[in-house]
Ligand binder design. Structure first.
Ligand SMILES: Nc1ncnc2c1ncn2[C@@H]1O[C@H](COP(=O)(O)OP(=O)(O)OP(=O)(O)O)[C@@H](O)[C@H]1O
Length: 302
């Protein structure tokens, strides 16, 4: 938590819904969760799950159709000066140069602008600040968009698939910069991605969306502790009372990913899943029972 933000939650959603058009097409529906301040949160889910919609709502660019969302303890539109947002399509002014774009960022954020970090991120990998935005590659535009967002020195960074078009070196460099900024300033980062393995080392909080609803949310360590990959003899391994996310029988062997409800039988081999295994099991089994509703009293205290 930063000294300027005494609110314990970066985001709080209550029965949040967003519909597009007049038909009953809900991009998000009945979403409730709390994201404690200071966390690095992975937002994952299949295509069309509602990740970009949630980030745009949190940035105050879209109003909810129902329910409420607060950003840094206030209405998202009122939190904009403290929020950095990098949208999937990275909108920038094509006629400006990189240097002019950063100058615009400084002019728009005179009280908070951090020229050092903005210049360092924008000109990494030798990007020439005199180049026009329209002449940049997709990855170079991402670099400039991240520079603008970080230069704002935000309390909350909302990043919609920020790493998607970066080369491996740029990914490594920019992820390290994001993490060091988060650690140094207590910035909350909310980052959507399809590359779950990449999030495992950097994120400590998960928000898994499926079909516009929250499937799983909480501290990643708590979620991994609450689940188990189990193996046991198929005929003597009743999975009840555990919640089955995924199960498979091969010959006489049962393999399952469960949410533990009780101690496991001694003849079962149980191991802690990786984040990727947990997420993939939920994505492969969208009909598995969702997590009981997550409340701050269940371990999300800041
Ligand atoms: N402006 C819009 N008008 C109409 N429907 C929209 C609009 N934006 C999003 N949607 C719909 O809302 C749903 C959620 O879209 P969203 O872009 O939030 O998903 P996503 O999880 O970010 O997907 P992806 O992983 O493909 O980026 C989709 O069904 C999409 O078609």
């Amino acid at each position: 938590m930063t000294t300027t933000d005494p609110h314990p939650y970066a985001l709080t959603a209550t029965a949040l819904g967003r519909r597009f058009g007049h038909k009953d097409t809900w991009a998000l529906r009945d979403c409730s969760f709390h994201l404690p301040a200071g966390r690095v949160c992975a937002v994952v889910g299949p295509n069309g799950a509602g990740k970009s919609t949630l980030l745009a709502l949190a940035a105050g660019l879209l109003p909810p159709s129902e329910g409420t969302l607060t950003t840094l303890g206030t209405a998202p539109a009122h939190a904009r000066s403290r929020v950095g947002y990098v949208a999937q399509d990275k909108p920038l002014y094509p006629q400006l140069t990189v240097a002019q774009t950063l100058r615009m960022g400084a002019d728009l954020n005179p009280a908070r602008w951090d020229a050092d970090i903005a210049d360092r991120v924008a000109t990494g990998q030798g990007l020439d600040p005199a180049k026009r935005i329209r002449s940049l590659s997709g990855g170079q535009r991402t670099r400039v968009a991240l520079a603008l967002a970080l230069g704002k020195r935000p309390d909350l960074l909302l990043l919609d698939e920020p790493m998607a078009d970066l080369d491996p070196l740029a990914r490594h460099e920019l992820m390290a910069t994001l993490m060091s900024q988060a650690a140094r300033h207590g910035t909350t980062i909310v980052m959507s991605s399809h590359v779950v393995a990449e999030l495992e080392d950097s994120c400590d909080f998960l928000l898994l969306l499926g079909d516009g609803r929250v499937r799983l949310t909480g501290e990643i360590d708590d979620l991994l502790d609450a689940h188990a990959r189990v193996q046991g003899p198929a005929e003597t391994s009743p999975l009840a009372p555990h919640t089955i996310v995924e199960s498979r029988v091969t010959g006489r062997q049962l393999t399952a990913l469960i949410r533990r409800e009780d101690p496991l039988p001694p003849d079962w081999h149980a191991s802690r899943p990786t984040l990727e295994e947990l997420v993939l099991a939920h994505l492969r089994n969208p009909a598995s029972p969702p997590q009981p509703r997550h409340t701050p009293a269940e371990g999300a205290a800041a």
